[in-house]
Design a protein around this ligand. Structure first.
Ligand SMILES: *Cc1c(COP(=O)(O)O)cnc(C)c1O
Length: 402
């Protein structure tokens, strides 16, 4: 079914769900079956050889999983989609399926921690050349891409300082060089940004984050050009990082409210960012929706909302972080992001724990940085909570009692 003319909030609900389900069920059934049976050997053969639509074995795909694949395909305006057990499953299978010895990748320094491990440690060990460019230095990237490469891997906005890369500009450079462009769209979500419409070939999501939205299921998604998706799918069904029916159902359920949640989180993150920017205990705020952010202009052209994640540095270094974080009441101090509840943590402990202080400094990550993923709570309550915790930092020292 085509979804042209329908808005994203409608596609979030109906995408993939227009067929009549088992006995008229109005929610997607969780199909708990490893294998699918056939009465007619000829029909079985047709499906098994890909000549007819159908299901064979749940490592390939499964009826519940298929609905999720169709929903993301429709939301990103893609030709085809497939799924994985985690976001890292999506990233690693895509890279392993499309690259090989002698191939070259151009990417940015600020990719998600797991992706950078692949770029720094694992791909080079298999004879794949990886070039990491300064995130946001588009001239450097264009020059590296023009030297010849097979795959350009982007992520925007990035973790944890929300740097922005120009997807249209770099996709054009990649196409000119004959390379495939892959964009991790996890932070933006399809509500705020559609990389395929900007010229990218493939889009990846960690469905664990905003798509699921409730921090209770993991999954990964890939969509884009049919021939490329098919190639990665062919690798994944053998590699085995397949999504199961239960988490697919949880993610589908979360995605029904995707637009509602993202609109709320966009608005709240902007208010929180403005509040923090004006606070005397705060050194710096990183949010692409602030005109002071260096990625503001590109973000304003390629995003329709700036997202639910921001980060900020406190005055007073890591000691200030230690005094401030435990005073917050309305957050889980935990890794992950994109949930209905607010999550916060220092990259020093979470995403960038494996780096030294010097390496973090080179990436522009201050020791006093805190990543704050805004939930769907009432924003006045979140701001009041931040205010009472920040007050600890600016409070005058308690006078000595004589
Ligand atoms: C979390 C995350 C991933 C990895 O997803 P998992 O589901 O945890 O494997 C990839 N990219 C980004 C931007 C992420 O935030």
């Amino acid at each position: 079914m085509g979804y042209s003319g329908l808005q994203k909030g409608t596609v979030s609900v109906w995408g993939g769900e227009t067929e009549r389900f088992y006995k008229g069920a109005t929610t997607v059934p969780v199909v708990q079956s490893v294998a699918f049976s056939y009465g007619d050997p000829d029909e079985w053969y047709e499906v098994a050889t890909g000549r007819a639509e159908g299901y064979i074995y749940s490592r390939n795909t499964n009826p519940t999983v298929r609905v999720l694949e169709e929903k993301i395909r429709a939301l990103e305006g893609a030709e085809a989609a497939t799924s994985f057990s985690t976001g890292m499953g999506a990233i690693s299978n895509t890279l392993w399926a499309l690259l090989g010895p002698g191939k070259r990748v151009v990417t940015i320094k600020d990719t998600y921690g797991g992706a950078s491990r692949l770029f720094l440690d694992f791909l080079p060990a298999y004879g794949i050349e990886v070039t990491l460019c300064e995130t946001g230095n588009h001239e450097e990237m264009e020059a590296e891409i023009a030297r010849g490469c097979d795959l350009v891997y982007l992520e925007t906005p990035t973790n944890p300082t929300l740097k922005v890369v120009d997807v249209a500009r770099l996709s054009l450079a990649a196409r000119t060089a004959g390379a495939v462009t892959v964009v991790d769209n996890t932070f933006a979500t399809p509500i705020n940004q559609n990389p395929l419409s900007l010229g990218a070939d493939l889009v990846i999501h960690s469905a664990t984050k905003f798509l699921c939205g409730h921090s209770d299921a993991m999954g990964g998604l890939l969509c884009g050009k049919a021939a490329l998706v098919q190639k990665v799918y062919g690798f994944r069904e053998i590699n085995g990082a397949s999504l199961q029916g239960d988490p697919a159902y949880m993610i589908l359920r979360g995605m029904k409210t995707l637009e509602l949640r993202i609109e709320r989180q966009n608005a709240s993150a902007m208010q929180v960012a403005q509040y923090l920017l004006a606070h005397p205990a705060v050194e710096n705020v990183f949010y692409p929706g602030l005109p002071s952010h260096h990625g503001y202009e590109v973000a304003s052209t390629q995003m329709s909302g700036y997202g639910g994640v921001l980060s900020f540095a406190l005055k007073g270094g890591y000691d200030a972080v230690k005094a401030f974080l435990p005073k917050l009441r309305l957050v889980h101090l935990a890794a992950s992001l994109g949930s209905v509840s607010t999550l916060a943590g220092p990259p020093r402990t979470t995403s960038h724990v494996e780096l030294t202080e010097e390496q973090r400094a080179l990436l522009g990550i201050p020791e006093s940085l805190i990543r704050y993923s805004v939930g769907i709570e009432n924003v006045q309550d979140l701001i009041a909570d931040l205010g009472q915790a920040l007050a600890v930092l600016s409070a005058p020292p308690t006078p000595e009692v004589r």
